[in-house]
Design a protein around this ligand. Structure first.
Ligand code: ADP
Ligand code: MG
Length: 668
């Protein structure tokens, strides 16, 4: 196994990735994994075609930088030969003549500068031999290293179909080593990223981009004075190699539909389709000329933004000039000189980590994306995969994320907005409830304060009343009055005690109570004017409920008094009882003045009253609220104060839990 080929060729620049998934879409082998929204190249799956580098508008993909390796070689003391790929005329259109470029490369410290195109000349001869060998077999050209990576990694069955011939770069390296003394180093300079790990026969491979950076770093600028020519051996027609069909033209074969024995395919989609057809056997014994880019002139190591046909023209112009000025005899001699070299190449299948996904897992992913039926599969391609199914498979394999699906993400966003609205609603309610309990707390503090202050004078009154009573003969008329004082003070102390309990907020003495009887009892303890009619309706199969009798009596009498006070001109007060297994409902309805919407918010606030001074205290409803809450019950008000909107009146609804758990305990 070639250790060089395991090197990381293409990287992601962290945090530059803006989640457009273009690289996922453009990667012909899906070697890009999305993790936490960031695209990551999976080295062991990458074929080094550099498509992702070309298409990323954010510069979030970059490739192995070989500049430091090349500087080290140049400083090592060994002679270093620069081998320039034949696509250079399409890159260096800003340099007046190729000889200037050659001179600039020499300025960097290279011992000699040669044309890879001569290697292409030699390789073409080998192809001609192979194709004329009469073997009834179709071959795949092996001059594109990304394509070779593709077959070695993904198409093990086609390894033996790769033409067993070295690439022009490797062929040229062999020529250079043959020509020069031992210890020579060779550096390839070209448009290709995959070349960097193609062969150990080359010491380093620079892209044109890196070459330009080295010129900048060394302040080498185009200058006619530098001009010098390539070192021999000079190339012939091999210079045409980097345009598509270049190899074909060199081998003198054609891809005519009628009698062509070649199929040409280039670019990330076409090369895969062609390989698939070749694999299926439909192409018979035809050969494939394949390039991952649309000709090497479109390689990812180019910086020139020139269009494809403009670049092609640059190459043709150069080749024409070259062929016009070359000495064919000299060239033939060179070819002869190096013709006996070994130009064969051996290819081996390479293992990559296989990622698998069970049907079950894929279906689960599809379900979670809401893609349940065929019509849910929009196949919009926004995720970077051609179909929803492919995307689901990639998710199941851990290569992709569900959020890459645009329709899914939009749907989720909608749901999120709905939830946010709901939460806002809930928050508003919570805030209201909080406000209410704050009110309750302030009232608790107040009552505790008052109760505490009253307790001492009440104690003194009770004590002296008792002393006086004991000193008075029982039959004296004053004795009865004193007895009344003692009793009533005792009552005051009880109320104060109750207030203190309320302040402590959690003191309820629950006992099983018959609610129907209890309501009737409460009605008996209030004063009701003649013009108010009292009605009661009980729809309760089971009247029993756990309540604190003293406190719940305060609730009922307060609500009943309020109802009566709201009907100065008379009316009907109706109490309704209903319930189910868990709850008991108590409604106190009146046909009184109603509560205005602006007062509605304030009625549970301590000391809020609309009644005349000395009449209302504004403590009734806060107390009612507190007691109901202590019973884990609910309280609701509905009211209409506007005669234009129908009959006025108010209904307070109290819902109390039966607390059957406690009832059972009490019955045991
Ligand atoms: P108070 O009765 O001492 O005024 P409450 O806390 O019992 O204090 O009531 C506060 C206010 O709520 C009342 O002043 C009145 O404006 C309003 N209110 C309460 N119950 C009713 C009702 N049944 N009909 C109309 N208004 C009511
Ligand atoms: Mg009141």
């Amino acid at each position: 196994m070639n250790a060089l080929k395991e090197k990381r060729l293409v990287y992601t620049v962290k945090d530059r990735c803006k989640m457009c998934y273009t690289c996922v879409r453009e990667c012909p082998v899906k070697a890009i994994r999305i993790r936490n929204g960031q695209a990551e190249v999976i080295s062991e799956r990458c074929i080094g075609c550099g498509n992702c580098v070309k298409v990323c508008s954010q510069g979030a993909k970059t490739f192995l930088d070989s500049k430091q390796d090349v500087y080290a070689l140049l400083q090592s003391g060994s002679p270093v030969v620069a081998m320039v790929a034949p696509s250079f005329p399409a890159e260096f259109t800003d340099i007046s003549h190729y000889r200037v470029l050659v001179g600039m490369i020499r300025e960097l410290g290279f011992h000699s500068v040669v044309e890879v195109a001569f290697g292409a000349d030699m390789v073409s001869r080998e192809y001609r031999k192979l194709l004329n060998s009469g073997k009834n077999k179709g071959y795949i050209t092996s001059d594109c290293p990304a394509l070779v990576n593709y077959v070695e990694l993904y198409k093990h069955g086609l390894i033996n179909s790769l033409a067993p011939i070295a690439s022009p770069m490797v062929a040229m390296a062999r020529v250079v080593r043959k020509k020069s003394r031992n210890g020579i180093k060779v550096v390839f300079i070209g448009p290709c990223v995959a070349k960097k790990t193609e062969s150990e026969e080359v010491d380093a491979a620079l892209t044109f981009r890196e070459l330009r950076e080295m010129f900048l770093e060394n302040r080498i600028i185009p200058d006619e004075k530098l001009a010098s020519d390539f070192d021999p051996p000079r190339a012939g027609k091999g210079a045409i190699f980097p345009v598509s069909r270049g190899l074909l033209q060199n081998v003198n074969r054609n891809d005519d539909i009628a009698d062509g024995d070649f199929v040409v395919a280039e670019g990330k989609n076409n090369f895969r389709d062609a390989v698939a057809e070749f694999e299926s056997g439909t192409l018979g014994t035809q050969h494939l000329e394949l390039l991952c880019c649309e000709g090497c002139i479109m390689g990812p190591g180019m910086t020139n933004p020139g269009k494809r046909y403009a670049r092609r023209t640059c190459i043709s112009k150069y080749v024409k000039e070259r062929l016009d000025t070359m000495d064919p005899k000299e060239w033939e001699q060179e070819v002869k000189k190096y013709g006996s070299l070994e130009y064969s190449q051996h290819f081996e299948p390479r293992e990559r980590k296989k990622l698998t996904a069970t049907d079950e897992k894929v279906n689960e992913v599809l379900r979670s994306m809401g893609k349940l039926k065929p019509s849910d599969h929009l196949n919009c391609g926004a995720c970077g995969y051609d179909t929803c199914y492919e995307h689901a498979v990639a998710i199941a394999k851990g290569l992709a994320e569900i959020e890459m699906c645009l329709p899914y993400t939009i749907m989720k966003l909608h749901r999120f907005i709905e939830e946010l609205n709901e939460t806002n609603g809930r928050l508003a309610k919570t805030r209201k409830a909080l406000k209410q309990s704050e009110k309750l707390a302030s009232m608790g503090q107040l009552s505790a304060g008052i109760a505490h202050e009253l307790n001492n004078p009440l104690g003194v009154i009770t004590m002296y009343a008792n002393i006086l009573k004991e000193e008075t003969p029982p039959d004296a008329p004053i004795s009865r009055d004193l007895q009344l004082i003692v009793e009533q003070t005792e009552r005051c102390r009880k109320i104060v005690g109750g207030l203190l309990n309320f302040a402590r907020k959690n003191q309820v003495q629950l006992s099983q109570t018959n609610m129907v009887d209890f309501v009737q009892h409460s009605l008996g303890s209030i004063v009701c004017p003649d013009n108010v009619k009292v009605e009661m309706e009980a729809n309760l199969d089971n009247p029993w409920v756990m309540i604190d009798n003293d406190q719940m009596m305060q609730v009922l009498t307060n609500l009943e008094k309020n109802a009566i006070e709201a009907m100065p001109g008379g009316g009907i007060m109706k109490i309704e009882l209903s319930g189910d297994m868990e709850w008991v409902n108590l409604k106190i309805k009146d046909t009184g003045t109603g509560i205005s919407p602006e007062n509605m918010e304030k009625i549970f606030t301590p000391f809020f009253t609309t009644k005349a001074l000395g009449k209302g205290t504004g403590l009734g409803l806060p107390l009612v609220y507190g007691i109901v809450k202590m019973h884990r019950g609910k309280i609701d008000v509905e009211s209409n104060s506007d005669p234009a909107k129908g009959p006025t009146g108010t209904t307070f609804t109290i819902t109390l839990p039966r607390r059957k758990d406690l009832m059972d305990q009490q019955n045991e």
